[in-house]
Design a protein around this ligand. Structure first.
Ligand SMILES: CC(C)(COP(=O)(O)OP(=O)(O)OC[C@H]1O[C@@H](n2cnc3c(N)ncnc32)[C@H](O)[C@@H]1OP(=O)(O)O)[C@@H](O)C(=O)NCCC(=O)NCCS
Length: 234
């Protein structure tokens, strides 16, 4: 045995540089050993953190936008639909016609979440919404999706922090959203950013799995002076 080339011995896979299977196993072990506790990502992923940019989508971006929307949505939520539902939803929300309609709407905005030149997710917001809930001056975060391979690297947090900042700068007082009440990961993510529970609602959409239709509305106040109706305070 050449001791200088042996990392660990007496284990199922002999961990030498000359043994690729053993070397990979060693890498996995090391990565697991130094994974931060209670964090959904490893230090390797953390070390990879690079600048995230938000880029507002415009009409000429429709093809590119359609691609990342379909990719990021389907990879995250494909299992939330009954048969045929995902295809129906993708066409309804992300067809070229629908995206064009949304981009021409003065209150709807789409953003690419970019890492370098690569699109790794997207955000959709709607300004001046939820007048029916008696929430004044509100923007709704309609969609935020990051590609699964890029989750847990701080990208969603940077992107949403920037949206919160922009929304505040535009003088809005509240940012609200709806999240499936069993989506504990997203709820934890929103809470980290300061959103609180607002109220319950139901997703009224065909083909969606019945047991996933319960939704929480969450809200963040952007202006300390603005008051939420007291019935919603917790
Ligand atoms: C929810 C989502 C946008 C978050 O983006 P992300 O890039 O994965 O999250 P980040 O890495 O920026 O995490 C930000 C914070 O949230 C926390 N967080 C993220 N995912 C978490 C999880 N699964 N469990 C607990 N906390 C989590 C992180 O710990 C981090 O906190 P920290 O800054 O103290 O470390 C992304 O995971 C996603 O696209 N999920 C699938 C689609 C979805 O559910 N969208 C929301 C629909 S309403």
């Amino acid at each position: 045995m050449n001791s200088t080339k042996t990392c660990i011995i007496n284990c199922k896979y002999k961990l030498t540089y000359e043994n690729p299977r053993g070397f990979l196993f060693g890498f996995y072990l090391l990565n697991w050993a130094i994974k931060p506790r209670n964090k959904p990502y490893t230090r390797w992923q953390q070390a990879e953190k690079i600048e995230m940019q938000l880029q507002k989508a415009i009409i000429k971006d429709i093809t590119e936008l359609r691609k990342i929307c379909i990719d990021a949505y389907s990879k995250n939520f494909y299992d939330h639909w009954n048969e045929g539902g995902l295809e129906w939803y993708l066409e309804k929300e992300f067809s070229a016609e629908r995206l064009k309609f949304d981009l021409l709407d003065k209150d709807t905005e789409y953003y690419f979440i970019k890492r370098g030149l690569k699109n790794v997710g997207f955000i959709k917001i709607k300004n001046n919404t939820n007048k029916d809930l008696n929430i004044e001056n509100a923007v709704e975060l309609e969609k935020i999706y990051v590609l699964p391979e890029c989750k847990g690297m701080g990208i969603g947090k940077s992107a949403l922090t920037e949206i919160i900042k922009k929304t505040k700068e535009h003088g809005y007082k509240n940012l609200i959203l709806c999240v499936i009440d069993t989506n504990v990961n997203a709820i934890a993510f929103y809470e980290k950013l300061g959103f609180i529970f607002h109220s319950k609602t139901i997703l009224d959409i065909p083909y969606f799995k019945e047991e996933l239709k319960g939704m929480n509305r969450m809200i963040i106040q952007l202006d300390e002076k603005s008051q939420l109706p007291t019935m919603y305070n917790r």
